[in-house]
Design a binder for this molecule. Structure first.
Ligand code: PLP
Length: 391
Protein backbone atom coordinates (compact mmCIF):
# COMPACT_ATOMS: atom_id res chain seq x y z
CA UNK A 1 0.00 0.00 0.00
CA UNK A 2 1.45 3.34 -1.04
CA UNK A 3 1.45 5.66 1.99
CA UNK A 4 -0.59 8.82 1.96
CA UNK A 5 2.27 11.12 2.81
CA UNK A 6 1.03 14.36 4.39
CA UNK A 7 4.17 15.27 6.34
CA UNK A 8 5.99 17.38 3.79
CA UNK A 9 7.04 20.09 6.27
CA UNK A 10 9.10 17.37 7.98
CA UNK A 11 10.71 16.22 4.76
CA UNK A 12 9.81 15.69 1.12
CA UNK A 13 10.24 12.87 -1.37
CA UNK A 14 13.22 13.35 -3.65
CA UNK A 15 11.75 14.29 -7.04
CA UNK A 16 12.49 11.68 -9.74
CA UNK A 17 14.02 14.41 -11.95
CA UNK A 18 16.31 15.40 -9.06
CA UNK A 19 17.38 11.82 -8.37
CA UNK A 20 18.19 11.25 -12.02
CA UNK A 21 20.30 14.38 -12.18
CA UNK A 22 22.33 13.54 -9.06
CA UNK A 23 22.98 9.83 -9.65
CA UNK A 24 25.98 10.20 -12.02
CA UNK A 25 27.75 12.12 -9.24
CA UNK A 26 27.39 9.15 -6.90
CA UNK A 27 28.55 6.72 -9.58
CA UNK A 28 31.12 7.61 -12.23
CA UNK A 29 31.63 11.32 -11.46
CA UNK A 30 32.93 10.78 -7.93
CA UNK A 31 35.93 13.13 -8.04
CA UNK A 32 36.80 16.03 -5.78
CA UNK A 33 35.89 19.41 -7.31
CA UNK A 34 39.18 20.85 -6.01
CA UNK A 35 41.34 18.34 -7.97
CA UNK A 36 43.47 19.53 -10.87
CA UNK A 37 42.49 16.70 -13.23
CA UNK A 38 39.47 16.40 -15.53
CA UNK A 39 37.15 15.44 -12.73
CA UNK A 40 37.87 18.56 -10.74
CA UNK A 41 37.14 21.10 -13.47
CA UNK A 42 34.04 19.28 -14.63
CA UNK A 43 32.55 19.06 -11.13
CA UNK A 44 33.46 22.63 -10.28
CA UNK A 45 31.52 23.84 -13.33
CA UNK A 46 28.49 21.73 -12.39
CA UNK A 47 28.51 23.17 -8.87
CA UNK A 48 28.54 26.66 -10.35
CA UNK A 49 25.59 25.78 -12.57
CA UNK A 50 23.69 24.54 -9.52
CA UNK A 51 24.58 27.75 -7.69
CA UNK A 52 23.17 29.80 -10.58
CA UNK A 53 19.92 27.78 -10.48
CA UNK A 54 19.48 28.31 -6.74
CA UNK A 55 20.24 32.02 -7.19
CA UNK A 56 17.68 32.37 -9.98
CA UNK A 57 15.06 30.66 -7.82
CA UNK A 58 15.30 33.27 -5.05
CA UNK A 59 16.24 36.32 -7.15
CA UNK A 60 19.87 36.40 -6.01
CA UNK A 61 23.27 36.57 -7.70
CA UNK A 62 25.22 33.26 -7.84
CA UNK A 63 28.04 34.67 -5.69
CA UNK A 64 25.49 35.37 -2.95
CA UNK A 65 24.74 31.63 -2.57
CA UNK A 66 26.68 29.35 -0.19
CA UNK A 67 26.11 25.61 0.05
CA UNK A 68 25.96 24.15 3.56
CA UNK A 69 25.02 20.78 5.05
CA UNK A 70 21.44 21.64 6.11
CA UNK A 71 19.02 24.37 7.10
CA UNK A 72 20.25 24.22 10.69
CA UNK A 73 23.83 24.93 9.64
CA UNK A 74 22.65 27.83 7.48
CA UNK A 75 20.71 29.33 10.41
CA UNK A 76 23.57 28.91 12.89
CA UNK A 77 26.09 30.30 10.39
CA UNK A 78 24.04 33.40 9.61
CA UNK A 79 23.54 34.33 13.25
CA UNK A 80 27.11 33.56 14.29
CA UNK A 81 28.53 35.41 11.30
CA UNK A 82 26.65 38.56 12.32
CA UNK A 83 27.82 38.29 15.93
CA UNK A 84 31.44 37.71 14.89
CA UNK A 85 31.30 40.56 12.38
CA UNK A 86 30.00 43.07 14.93
CA UNK A 87 31.73 41.87 18.13
CA UNK A 88 30.88 45.04 20.06
CA UNK A 89 27.16 44.30 19.64
CA UNK A 90 25.87 41.74 22.13
CA UNK A 91 22.13 41.57 21.45
CA UNK A 92 20.25 39.02 19.33
CA UNK A 93 16.53 39.27 18.56
CA UNK A 94 14.37 36.37 17.44
CA UNK A 95 10.91 34.91 18.15
CA UNK A 96 9.56 32.30 20.52
CA UNK A 97 8.16 30.26 17.64
CA UNK A 98 11.32 29.64 15.63
CA UNK A 99 12.48 26.19 14.66
CA UNK A 100 14.96 24.80 17.23
CA UNK A 101 17.74 25.58 14.70
CA UNK A 102 17.31 29.24 15.71
CA UNK A 103 15.48 28.98 19.03
CA UNK A 104 17.98 26.69 20.72
CA UNK A 105 20.88 28.58 19.16
CA UNK A 106 19.42 31.69 20.81
CA UNK A 107 19.27 29.88 24.16
CA UNK A 108 22.88 28.80 23.66
CA UNK A 109 23.89 32.41 23.00
CA UNK A 110 22.08 33.52 26.15
CA UNK A 111 24.08 30.97 28.16
CA UNK A 112 27.25 32.39 26.55
CA UNK A 113 26.40 35.82 27.89
CA UNK A 114 24.66 37.46 24.93
CA UNK A 115 21.45 39.38 25.54
CA UNK A 116 18.72 37.56 23.64
CA UNK A 117 15.14 38.72 23.09
CA UNK A 118 12.55 36.09 22.17
CA UNK A 119 9.54 37.93 20.75
CA UNK A 120 6.02 36.64 21.43
CA UNK A 121 3.25 36.07 18.88
CA UNK A 122 -0.51 36.56 19.22
CA UNK A 123 -3.21 33.88 19.32
CA UNK A 124 -3.10 33.59 15.53
CA UNK A 125 0.67 33.15 15.54
CA UNK A 126 1.36 36.68 14.23
CA UNK A 127 4.43 38.57 15.37
CA UNK A 128 4.05 41.21 18.07
CA UNK A 129 5.26 44.15 15.93
CA UNK A 130 5.24 46.62 18.84
CA UNK A 131 7.41 44.28 20.84
CA UNK A 132 9.73 43.95 17.84
CA UNK A 133 10.05 47.73 17.41
CA UNK A 134 10.86 48.17 21.08
CA UNK A 135 13.30 45.25 21.23
CA UNK A 136 15.72 46.35 18.52
CA UNK A 137 18.32 48.79 19.80
CA UNK A 138 21.84 50.04 19.15
CA UNK A 139 23.32 46.89 20.68
CA UNK A 140 21.41 44.55 18.31
CA UNK A 141 23.79 42.71 15.98
CA UNK A 142 21.19 40.68 14.11
CA UNK A 143 17.51 39.83 14.02
CA UNK A 144 16.43 36.36 12.89
CA UNK A 145 12.72 35.90 12.16
CA UNK A 146 11.40 32.97 10.19
CA UNK A 147 9.70 33.51 6.84
CA UNK A 148 7.01 30.93 7.60
CA UNK A 149 6.39 28.74 10.60
CA UNK A 150 6.95 25.02 10.18
CA UNK A 151 4.11 23.96 12.51
CA UNK A 152 1.28 26.33 11.59
CA UNK A 153 2.44 27.65 8.21
CA UNK A 154 1.92 31.25 9.42
CA UNK A 155 3.83 33.68 7.16
CA UNK A 156 5.64 36.59 8.83
CA UNK A 157 5.73 40.15 7.40
CA UNK A 158 9.30 39.82 6.14
CA UNK A 159 9.23 42.88 3.89
CA UNK A 160 7.95 45.16 6.68
CA UNK A 161 10.45 43.80 9.20
CA UNK A 162 13.29 44.09 6.67
CA UNK A 163 12.45 47.69 5.82
CA UNK A 164 12.49 48.68 9.49
CA UNK A 165 15.80 46.92 10.08
CA UNK A 166 17.37 48.41 6.97
CA UNK A 167 16.50 51.87 8.22
CA UNK A 168 17.97 51.04 11.63
CA UNK A 169 21.05 49.47 10.01
CA UNK A 170 20.59 46.12 11.76
CA UNK A 171 21.32 42.85 9.96
CA UNK A 172 18.31 40.72 9.12
CA UNK A 173 18.35 36.96 8.69
CA UNK A 174 15.26 34.97 7.83
CA UNK A 175 14.82 31.22 7.98
CA UNK A 176 13.18 30.54 4.64
CA UNK A 177 13.32 26.74 4.98
CA UNK A 178 9.53 26.28 4.97
CA UNK A 179 8.64 29.17 2.67
CA UNK A 180 10.84 28.15 -0.27
CA UNK A 181 8.95 26.29 -2.96
CA UNK A 182 5.59 27.12 -1.34
CA UNK A 183 5.42 30.87 -1.88
CA UNK A 184 7.54 33.06 -4.19
CA UNK A 185 10.73 34.53 -2.72
CA UNK A 186 12.36 37.40 -4.60
CA UNK A 187 15.43 38.74 -2.85
CA UNK A 188 15.77 41.52 -5.43
CA UNK A 189 12.65 42.99 -3.86
CA UNK A 190 13.06 41.93 -0.24
CA UNK A 191 15.24 43.81 2.24
CA UNK A 192 16.79 40.65 3.70
CA UNK A 193 20.54 40.27 4.34
CA UNK A 194 20.66 36.51 4.85
CA UNK A 195 18.25 33.69 4.12
CA UNK A 196 18.42 29.94 4.86
CA UNK A 197 17.07 27.09 2.76
CA UNK A 198 17.13 23.32 3.17
CA UNK A 199 17.30 20.81 0.30
CA UNK A 200 15.12 18.13 1.85
CA UNK A 201 12.11 20.43 2.20
CA UNK A 202 12.29 21.08 -1.54
CA UNK A 203 12.33 17.56 -3.02
CA UNK A 204 16.14 17.32 -2.89
CA UNK A 205 17.86 14.88 -0.50
CA UNK A 206 18.72 15.45 3.16
CA UNK A 207 22.15 16.79 4.00
CA UNK A 208 22.33 19.92 1.87
CA UNK A 209 21.40 23.47 2.73
CA UNK A 210 21.80 26.93 1.27
CA UNK A 211 22.68 30.25 2.82
CA UNK A 212 22.07 33.43 0.87
CA UNK A 213 24.32 36.31 1.94
CA UNK A 214 23.58 39.62 0.28
CA UNK A 215 26.54 41.20 -1.49
CA UNK A 216 28.24 43.69 0.82
CA UNK A 217 27.12 41.95 4.03
CA UNK A 218 29.98 41.33 6.43
CA UNK A 219 30.54 37.60 6.67
CA UNK A 220 32.49 35.41 9.04
CA UNK A 221 32.68 31.65 8.34
CA UNK A 222 31.30 29.21 10.86
CA UNK A 223 33.03 26.10 9.52
CA UNK A 224 36.70 26.87 9.15
CA UNK A 225 39.20 24.83 7.14
CA UNK A 226 39.82 24.63 3.39
CA UNK A 227 39.17 27.18 0.69
CA UNK A 228 35.83 25.75 -0.53
CA UNK A 229 32.93 28.13 -1.19
CA UNK A 230 35.56 30.90 -1.60
CA UNK A 231 36.68 30.42 1.98
CA UNK A 232 33.21 31.00 3.37
CA UNK A 233 32.30 27.39 4.18
CA UNK A 234 35.06 24.82 4.41
CA UNK A 235 34.65 21.11 3.69
CA UNK A 236 34.70 19.07 0.49
CA UNK A 237 31.54 19.82 -1.39
CA UNK A 238 28.61 17.38 -1.27
CA UNK A 239 28.61 17.40 -5.06
CA UNK A 240 25.64 15.12 -5.79
CA UNK A 241 23.41 16.90 -3.29
CA UNK A 242 24.45 20.34 -4.51
CA UNK A 243 23.55 19.31 -8.07
CA UNK A 244 20.29 17.97 -6.63
CA UNK A 245 19.34 21.17 -4.83
CA UNK A 246 20.07 23.15 -8.00
CA UNK A 247 17.71 20.94 -10.00
CA UNK A 248 15.11 20.98 -7.19
CA UNK A 249 15.10 24.79 -7.19
CA UNK A 250 14.77 24.84 -10.96
CA UNK A 251 11.76 22.51 -10.74
CA UNK A 252 10.20 24.42 -7.84
CA UNK A 253 10.57 27.68 -9.75
CA UNK A 254 8.86 26.19 -12.80
CA UNK A 255 5.94 24.63 -10.90
CA UNK A 256 5.39 27.15 -8.09
CA UNK A 257 2.12 28.85 -9.22
CA UNK A 258 0.40 25.61 -10.21
CA UNK A 259 1.65 23.78 -7.16
CA UNK A 260 0.38 26.51 -4.81
CA UNK A 261 -3.05 26.21 -6.30
CA UNK A 262 -3.01 22.42 -6.20
CA UNK A 263 -2.02 22.07 -2.53
CA UNK A 264 -4.23 24.96 -1.43
CA UNK A 265 -7.30 23.36 -3.03
CA UNK A 266 -6.59 20.02 -1.36
CA UNK A 267 -5.73 21.59 2.00
CA UNK A 268 -8.90 23.72 2.00
CA UNK A 269 -11.04 20.70 1.10
CA UNK A 270 -9.51 18.73 4.00
CA UNK A 271 -10.02 21.55 6.51
CA UNK A 272 -13.60 22.23 5.45
CA UNK A 273 -14.58 18.57 5.64
CA UNK A 274 -12.98 18.02 9.05
CA UNK A 275 -14.55 21.17 10.49
CA UNK A 276 -17.89 19.95 9.23
CA UNK A 277 -17.59 16.32 10.34
CA UNK A 278 -15.95 16.66 13.76
CA UNK A 279 -17.14 18.76 16.71
CA UNK A 280 -14.62 20.62 18.89
CA UNK A 281 -12.09 21.20 16.13
CA UNK A 282 -10.02 24.33 15.62
CA UNK A 283 -7.52 25.45 12.99
CA UNK A 284 -4.37 26.93 14.51
CA UNK A 285 -2.69 29.89 12.82
CA UNK A 286 -3.65 33.01 10.90
CA UNK A 287 -5.89 31.79 8.06
CA UNK A 288 -5.04 34.81 5.91
CA UNK A 289 -1.27 34.58 6.06
CA UNK A 290 -0.52 30.90 5.84
CA UNK A 291 1.48 28.59 3.58
CA UNK A 292 -0.90 26.99 1.08
CA UNK A 293 0.24 23.44 1.90
CA UNK A 294 -0.07 23.48 5.70
CA UNK A 295 -2.88 23.00 8.17
CA UNK A 296 -2.52 22.60 11.90
CA UNK A 297 -5.74 21.22 13.35
CA UNK A 298 -6.61 20.61 16.98
CA UNK A 299 -9.05 17.89 17.91
CA UNK A 300 -9.91 18.82 21.46
CA UNK A 301 -9.79 16.22 24.24
CA UNK A 302 -7.82 13.67 22.17
CA UNK A 303 -4.11 12.85 22.23
CA UNK A 304 -2.36 13.82 18.97
CA UNK A 305 -0.05 10.81 19.20
CA UNK A 306 -3.05 8.46 19.44
CA UNK A 307 -4.52 10.04 16.30
CA UNK A 308 -1.20 9.65 14.47
CA UNK A 309 -0.90 5.99 15.40
CA UNK A 310 -4.43 5.25 14.23
CA UNK A 311 -3.88 7.19 10.99
CA UNK A 312 -0.67 5.26 10.46
CA UNK A 313 -2.67 2.01 10.52
CA UNK A 314 -4.43 3.32 7.43
CA UNK A 315 -1.13 4.28 5.80
CA UNK A 316 -1.63 7.99 6.46
CA UNK A 317 1.47 9.92 7.58
CA UNK A 318 1.07 13.22 9.40
CA UNK A 319 2.73 14.86 12.35
CA UNK A 320 1.89 16.21 15.79
CA UNK A 321 3.97 19.37 16.00
CA UNK A 322 7.29 19.52 14.18
CA UNK A 323 9.21 16.34 13.48
CA UNK A 324 12.20 17.72 15.32
CA UNK A 325 10.29 18.11 18.57
CA UNK A 326 8.10 15.04 18.30
CA UNK A 327 10.93 12.99 19.81
CA UNK A 328 10.06 14.61 23.12
CA UNK A 329 6.84 14.59 25.09
CA UNK A 330 6.87 18.37 25.40
CA UNK A 331 3.79 19.93 23.81
CA UNK A 332 4.44 22.24 20.87
CA UNK A 333 6.25 25.45 21.91
CA UNK A 334 4.62 27.22 18.96
CA UNK A 335 1.04 26.44 19.99
CA UNK A 336 1.78 27.15 23.64
CA UNK A 337 3.23 30.56 22.74
CA UNK A 338 0.04 31.25 20.77
CA UNK A 339 -1.99 30.53 23.89
CA UNK A 340 -3.78 27.52 22.39
CA UNK A 341 -5.61 25.78 25.28
CA UNK A 342 -3.93 22.74 26.82
CA UNK A 343 -6.57 20.27 25.60
CA UNK A 344 -6.22 21.57 22.04
CA UNK A 345 -2.39 21.64 22.02
CA UNK A 346 -2.27 17.96 22.90
CA UNK A 347 -4.74 17.06 20.16
CA UNK A 348 -3.03 18.99 17.40
CA UNK A 349 -2.12 17.40 14.09
CA UNK A 350 -0.19 18.95 11.24
CA UNK A 351 -0.96 17.93 7.68
CA UNK A 352 1.50 19.31 5.15
CA UNK A 353 1.01 18.62 1.46
CA UNK A 354 3.17 18.54 -1.63
CA UNK A 355 2.80 18.50 -5.40
CA UNK A 356 2.52 14.70 -5.25
CA UNK A 357 -0.68 14.54 -3.16
CA UNK A 358 -3.93 13.71 -4.89
CA UNK A 359 -7.62 14.32 -4.37
CA UNK A 360 -8.15 10.59 -3.68
CA UNK A 361 -5.63 10.74 -0.84
CA UNK A 362 -7.41 13.68 0.78
CA UNK A 363 -10.76 11.92 0.42
CA UNK A 364 -9.28 8.92 2.17
CA UNK A 365 -8.27 11.08 5.17
CA UNK A 366 -11.74 12.63 5.23
CA UNK A 367 -13.28 9.16 5.31
CA UNK A 368 -10.96 7.68 7.91
CA UNK A 369 -10.27 10.46 10.39
CA UNK A 370 -13.70 11.46 11.80
CA UNK A 371 -14.47 7.91 13.05
CA UNK A 372 -10.99 7.77 14.65
CA UNK A 373 -11.67 11.01 16.54
CA UNK A 374 -15.08 9.78 17.62
CA UNK A 375 -13.66 6.49 18.85
CA UNK A 376 -10.75 8.13 20.71
CA UNK A 377 -13.11 10.56 22.41
CA UNK A 378 -15.12 7.70 23.83
CA UNK A 379 -12.03 6.56 25.77
CA UNK A 380 -10.64 10.03 26.57
CA UNK A 381 -10.98 11.14 30.21
CA UNK A 382 -10.79 14.74 28.98
CA UNK A 383 -13.69 14.30 26.58
CA UNK A 384 -15.83 12.52 29.16
CA UNK A 385 -15.40 15.22 31.74
CA UNK A 386 -14.63 18.06 29.30
CA UNK A 387 -11.91 19.09 31.71
CA UNK A 388 -10.25 22.41 31.10
CA UNK A 389 -6.76 22.17 32.49
CA UNK A 390 -4.91 25.15 33.90
CA UNK A 391 -2.33 26.60 31.48
N1 PLP B 1 14.08 25.78 9.89
C1 PLP B 1 12.82 25.35 9.74
C2 PLP B 1 11.71 26.36 9.71
C3 PLP B 1 12.54 23.99 9.61
O1 PLP B 1 11.29 23.57 9.47
C4 PLP B 1 13.62 23.08 9.65
C5 PLP B 1 13.37 21.62 9.59
O2 PLP B 1 12.31 21.14 9.95
C6 PLP B 1 14.92 23.58 9.80
C7 PLP B 1 15.11 24.94 9.92
C8 PLP B 1 16.10 22.67 9.85
O3 PLP B 1 16.46 22.23 8.56
P1 PLP B 1 17.41 20.95 8.41
O4 PLP B 1 16.58 19.76 8.75
O5 PLP B 1 17.83 20.98 6.98
O6 PLP B 1 18.55 21.17 9.33
Amino acid sequence: MKPVYLDNNATTAVAPEVLEEMLPYLRELYGNPSSMHTFGGQLYRRIEEARAKVAAFVGAEPEEILFTSCGTESDNTAIMSALESYPHKRHFVTTRVEHPAVLNFGKHLARKGYRVTFLPVDTRGRLDMDGFLKAVDEDTAVVSIMYANNETGVIFPIREIGEILKERKVLFHTDGVQAAGKIPIDLKELPVDMLSLSGHKLHAPKGVGVLYVRKGTRFYPYIIGGHQERGRRAGTENVASIIAVGRACELAGATLGAEDEHVRTLRDRLEAALLQCCPDVRINGDPEHRLPNTTNISFEYVEGEAILLRLNEFGICASSGSACTSGSLEPSHVLRTMGVPFTAVHGSIRFSLSRYNTEEEIEKVIEVLPPIIKELRTISPFARKKIVCPE
